[in-house]
Design a protein around this ligand. Sequence first.
Ligand SMILES: [Zn+2]
Length: 294
Amino acid sequence: MKNLMTLLMAASLLAACGNQTSSTHPSEEGDEPNSAEKTIQEKNNQKQKEKETEDKTNREDSKETDDNSKTNTQAETNERAKPEYVLNDVYSVVPIDDAEAKVVLLTIDDAPDKYALEMAKTLKKLDAPAIFFVNGHFITTPEKEKILKEIYDMGFEIGNHTYSHNDLTTLSPEKQKEEILSVNDKVEEITGERPKFFRAPFGKNTDVSRQIAKDEKMELMNWSFGYDWNEEYMSKEKIADIMVNTNLLANGANLLMHDREWTNAALEEIVKGLRGKGYETVNPHLIQTPRNEE
Ligand SMILES: [Zn+2]
């Protein structure tokens, strides 16, 4: 069973975001999340405790300034939200204090291509928050800029997924920097807020991308599971079923989906199915990042 799950996890990481045929394994620290689960869980508990104490101190320190402002931009409001969750070493969402543990994080990658706006509307209707990880090459026309703004204005988090979705491990440091920073600049220009989450194409980070994420105060994440780039699941029925019934579904799971036709078609069913199993969708604004932990 454990082997099967490790295999599944490896397969899902390997195939992520589609067409990758590279023979190198794209995953990073999350390589064997299952076998390492227990130690990681213990580490997380420790981390959580440390963060808890830090947070309490921070909150008390910032109380005074918090009360002062009455008119906030959405960006300020988002950054002010008191973090209730942290990402652990395998990018699952875990509660800091007594927040609900039975949650999942919804993420939509490779947006805004064709279906992101419709997906955002579906999620909004269901009151299900999510992160849209965007690529700069999809935001080059006024129409697409408007769509991005619309998604942001609906309250969704906009994450950075690089400009052209290239494998960062094949690019020079300069090029990597450009791939990442140009998206932050673009998103900020359109929405007024700089992305605070980063997800590398194919989940393949480099020392450079990690450093840029750090400098830009972005939280870096891969995912727990996703299937919609796999031919076997390219139908509404198949993807709706596996996203809810996979045995990788667990508390805090980080769900990877894409701006794709079948995922768009299945989205409502997926959210309802997750809720049917008792999982609520966590609001990304409540996840601790280098931005809101200050
Ligand atoms: Zn992608």
